[in-house]
Design a protein around this ligand. Structure first.
Ligand code: NAD
Ligand code: DAU
Length: 375
């Protein structure tokens, strides 16, 4: 028995693979194209572990995927692979259409052919789990109830529109062909191995480097944050006990404005890595309201002085919030971390993993991949 994970070198996929192999003995075939977001260094602790079979390739490869399915005979496919960054989708939607829509279509076709060829029990047991996002539901008014699974789809960015299209294809493959699919729609994740162009890692790393912490618009947009390991446990639970054809919303009941998130990061950093103006590590005081390095002790700079308002994201969704009631009631899943505990672990992880950070920032992790895994 094995499972096929796509996008398993990305942020959530690599956390999923690591957690899976820490808890199960069942091998993982990890298919990842290694775009800018794929980083095999996330999986370096699995080097030499025969249960992790990494294959560099595209979910849309209609020759490679069927051959992998025929060779490894997985009992499930978990589809994490996607272009995932909203800002990149605004600059260039093409890759999003290609991977998230066309790629998912080809993956579904490969899965359907494979599933059709399975015998009795293997066919009954097979599952296709599609990992999707709350962004497909669009933006919520301030007092509106959180998204539940019947909320209509109203995607607003090329990214969310492409994920919405993939969700619809997955649904159609169940209704039309009977493919045993399950879909999860999760809120914003954070935690280890988060690529530093997303808000939380960006702000941790910028703060440590004394760079501005860019807040889009007024910073009062709301996101509902979930620690990545909790997302992984929800996906495992859906694979194990979810009802075929159903969708499950996954979230942490943890709505925060972007400004609150960044201020919390600053306050934690003030506590665990206080600024020392004497060290000359970085200079604050470029803005007229920021304290200068020569101010009295009571005015020692804090990380909050780095917060900088910048132009808003075009079409920026104002609020996301997930009603996770269904997965809690029906599958007994609950997140383990609160935002307060998860964000502390995350800050600690970035402080403790400076080599990972340096490699990602310099692009050297690409050389690392070539060196350790060849092509
Ligand atoms: P990520 O960008 O960090 O990782 C995506 C991975 O997919 C990368 O390793 C990349 O190399 C790989 N990939 C991209 N195109 C591919 C292709 N054509 N074939 C094979 N591999 C390909 O993304 P993430 O944040 O880990 O998100 C994973 C999934 O979870 C995505 O489907 C995303 O939509 C969904 N999701 C993310 C969040 C979040 O907060 N990050 C929340 C909810 C849902
Ligand atoms: O809601 C789930 C989604 O969360 C996932 O589907 C996406 O794959 C994932 O990238 C994430 O999307 P967001 O756009 O919400 O994440 P990001 O970290 O890019 O931004 C979080 C919020 O912070 C958002 O409101 C935009 C804002 N932001 C972001 C950046 C990078 C800033 O204010 N400044 C920034 O520099």
């Amino acid at each position: 028995m094995s499972i096929l994970v796509t996008g398993g070198a990305g942020f959530i996929g690599s956390n999923f693979v690591l957690d899976w192999l820490a808890q199960e003995n069942e091998p993982v075939v990890n298919l990842d194209r290694l775009t800018y977001a794929g980083n095999l260094e996330n999986l370096s602790s699995l080097e030499g572990d025969a249960r992790h079979i990494f294959v560099r390739g595209d979910i849309g490869d209609a020759a490679l995927v069927p051959s992998l399915l025929a060779l490894h005979k997985p009992r499930a496919i978990l589809n994490f692979a996607a272009e995932s960054h909203v800002d990149r989708s605004i600059h260039g939607p093409g890759e999003f259409i290609q991977t998230n829509i066309v790629g998912t279509f080809h993956l579904l076709e490969s899965a359907r052919a494979y599933w059709n060829g399975l015998d009795g029990d293997d066919q009954r047991r097979f599952r296709f789990v599609h990992v999707s996002t709350d962004e497909v539901y669009g933006s919520l008014a301030p007092q509106a109830p959180a998204f539940n699974e019947t909320h209509r789809y109203e995607p607003n960015s090329p990214y969310s529109a492409s994920k919405a299209a993939s969700d619809h294809l997955v649904r159609a493959y169940h209704h039309t062909y009977g493919l045993p699919v399950l879909t999860t729609n999760c809120s914003n994740n954070y935690g280890p191995y988060h690529f530093p162009e997303k808000l939380i890692p960006l702000c941790i790393l910028n703060a440590l480097a004394g760079k501005p912490l860019p807040i889009y618009g007024d910073g009062l947009q709301v996101r509902d944050w979930l620690y990545v390991k909790d997302h992984c446990s929800a996906i495992r639970r859906v694979l194990q006990s979810g009802l075929v054809g159903e969708t499950y919303n996954v979230g942490g009941w943890s709505e925060k404005t972007n400004l609150e998130v960044v201020q919390m990061l600053c306050d934690i950093l003030d506590e665990v890595r206080p600024l020392n103006p004497a060290s000359g590590e970085w200079q604050v005081g470029s803005g007229k309201d920021s304290p200068s390095l020569s101010t009295a002790h009571s005015l020692l700079p804090t990380y909050r002085s780095l917060i900088t308002y910048v132009a808003d994201r075009p079409g920026h969704d104002r609020r996301y919030a997930i009603d996770a009631g269904k997965i809690e009631r029906e599958l007994g899943w609950k997140p383990k971390e609160t935002f307060e505990s998860g964000i502390r672990k995350t800050v600690r992880w970035y402080l403790d993993n400076q080599r990972w950070v340096a490699n990602v920032m310099s692009g050297a992790y690409r050389e690392w991949c070539e060196r350790h895994y060849g092509k």
